[in-house]
Design a protein around this ligand. Structure first.
Ligand SMILES: [Zn+2]
Length: 285
């Protein structure tokens, strides 16, 4: 019996076969920050004033949607200068090679995940995609804790938050609309699918569990007032988008100072619940 916390290929089968059904219109979140992902996975475009930064490139099967969304948001994918990745799983780098071929963009990935690509390439989980043509990329920059990535008027601080993978990077940066400035935060990965019993039995990565909670605590208290999600359910992207579209005169629903810590609480509970279920033997389906 598989763990209910495992990544279930069947659940995503429809997604892989019919990616166009997961299309979302791109939109401006605030100021120079845009959503260009799909209904499942986030991808963010930042107009730095001196070229574009893209964070994450979605699934290999949705990369055409990503290119379309970047154009529709008003930008040329060929003008992307940097591609940052939250971590080294296929659903966050599926379009990277395509965007690099269009733009020559420089790629960034947490150093431990670059090492994972070299030593344990199967842990990028490409075999889960049913799109096994996807190849790993070699990042131009292997990020370390505390690195700052600067382009134009944008500076993105990368904080190492290992747990979901050892190279998860959390990105925090200011976004601006004229004189109004807010701070966006994208926690780089909270899934416990890589920490559940089945996965650990398969890959032998018991040590991941030692980092998960400490990483959440490490970024607690950051002054983030725009929570981004590397999967859209983490920050209710679709609901907020619809609110913004239907009530453009109302306060921007993405600006919520309490959401960052609420999200860290949610991830803490996700992990603890998995451990409790495992203890009780109720983690199997
Ligand atoms: Zn992942």
């Amino acid at each position: 019996m598989p763990s209910k916390y495992a990544f279930l290929i069947e659940k995503y089968d429809h997604f892989y076969r019919y990616p166009e059904q997961y299309r979302m219109k791109p939109f401006k979140i605030f100021g120079n920050l845009y959503f260009v992902g799909n209904a499942d996975v986030g991808s963010y475009l930042i107009d730095t004033g001196d070229g574009l930064i893209l964070i994450d490139t979605t699934y290999p099967t949705t990369r055409a949607l990503l290119v379309q969304s970047i154009w529709e948001a008003g930008f040329n994918p060929g003008e992307i200068k940097y591609i940052l990745h939250t971590h080294g799983h296929f659903d966050h780098f599926g379009g990277t090679q395509l965007i690099v071929s269009l733009s020559g963009a420089k790629t960034f990935l947490g150093a431990p995940d670059a090492e994972m690509f070299r030593q344990r390439p199967e842990m990028a989980l490409i075999s889960d995609t049913r799109y096994t043509y996807l190849e790993l990329f070699t990042p131009d920059v292997e990020l370390k804790d505390g690195d700052i990535i600067s382009l134009g008027k944008t500076s993105i601080r990368a904080t190492a938050t290992p747990g979901h993978t050892m190279g998860v990077m959390t990105y925090i940066f200011d976004v601006a609309d004229g004189k109004e400035i807010h701070t966006a935060g994208l926690y780089g990965g909270i899934g416990v699918n890589t920490l559940c019993r089945d996965f650990i039995d398969n890959y032998g990565n018991m040590n991941y569990r030692n980092f998960y909670l400490d990483s959440l605590e490490k970024v607690r208290g950051e002054k983030v007032d725009i929570l981004l999600g590397n999967h859209t359910e983490q920050n209710s992207t679709k609901k907020k988008y619809e609110e913004m579209r239907d009530n453009p005169a109302e306060k921007n629903p993405f600006i919520q100072p309490h959401e960052w810590n609420d999200f860290l609480d949610f991830a803490t509970e996700l992990f603890n619940r998995m451990l409790r279920d495992e203890e009780a033997g109720t983690d199997q389906i």
